[in-house]
Design a protein around this ligand. Structure first.
Ligand SMILES: [Zn+2]
Length: 247
């Protein structure tokens, strides 16, 4: 089969590699759509290590191509969302399939592309659940990329009445506004910490979910969460974006 193999910084090559082996308890998935995670992008830019030269891509959907002899609840031809890795390739082998644990049926009316966003969306849903928000909490989500979108929308879906999103990108801000965030802050033009201070009369936000991945957002999160509030870090801060030290 063909797969995209990373040979160095920004050097993906589509190459012929051996097909995944079908295990008795496993399935082979024909990949239909795969997202590009921030972590994939980081590895792509850095070139990765020998170990990360395994096939990347973990946000994907596809069609069941083959099932192992012991598998009864997953059938060939099923459209599925998959929890696994190695999807920048034609096929992915799941050694031990567990329906609704690592392979989920894709609803009829959902495209493969939308299905592939399930994994990153689940990050936000999980985060919002863990924060146990109350309806009248003030929730701030920093960053409106894929993870930030899933996160603020999950807080809204849980009934939080004031979900505020801070972001620097114009397009992302616009999407966030259109999709119904209660307030958006353009962090390129105003200081989100000051703004949150104003809104909360200096109290700070009840919940801050940092989905931005920058040192400045990390700093802002510490400054805008109220005493005893809940602060979530939902991304890696990569080298070169260290936070300033704080006294
Ligand atoms: Zn990811």
């Amino acid at each position: 089969m063909k797969a995209a193999i990373l040979h160095g910084p920004k050097d993906f090559r589509v190459e012929e590699v051996s097909d995944p082996t079908l295990e008795p308890d496993g399935v082979i998935i024909r990949v239909k759509a795969c997202g590009i995670c921030g972590s994939d992008l980081h590895i792509y830019n850095q070139g990765g290590t020998e170990q990360s030269r395994r096939v990347l891509g973990h946000e994907f959907s596809g069609e069941v191509a083959e099932v192992g002899t012991n598998v009864t609840d997953v059938k060939p031809g099923m459209r599925v969302i998959v929890g696994g890795a190695g999807a920048y390739a034609e096929y992915v082998g799941i050694p031990r399939v567990m329906l609704n644990r690592n392979v989920f049926p894709l609803p009829e009316d959902m495209s493969y592309e939308v299905g592939a966003t399930t994994e990153p969306t689940s990050v936000g849903v999980n985060a919002a659940k863990r924060a146990e928000p109350k309806e009248d909490d003030i929730v701030v989500v920093l960053g409106a990329g894929m993870i930030g979108q899933g996160t603020w929308q999950a807080f809204k879906a849980m009934g939080v009445s004031r979900v505020i999103v801070s972001e620097m990108g114009k397009k992302r801000l616009e999407v966030t506004r259109v999709l119904g965030a209660d307030m958006v802050i353009n962090a390129a033009e105003e200081d989100p910490v000051e703004r949150i201070n104003e809104i909360t009369s200096g109290e700070g936000a009840d919940i801050v979910a940092d989905c931005a991945g920058s040192a400045s957002a990390l700093q802002q999160a510490t400054e805008m969460v109220r005493g005893g509030g809940y602060w979530q870090i939902m991304r890696g801060t990569y080298s070169g974006s260290q936070p300033r030290s704080r006294d």
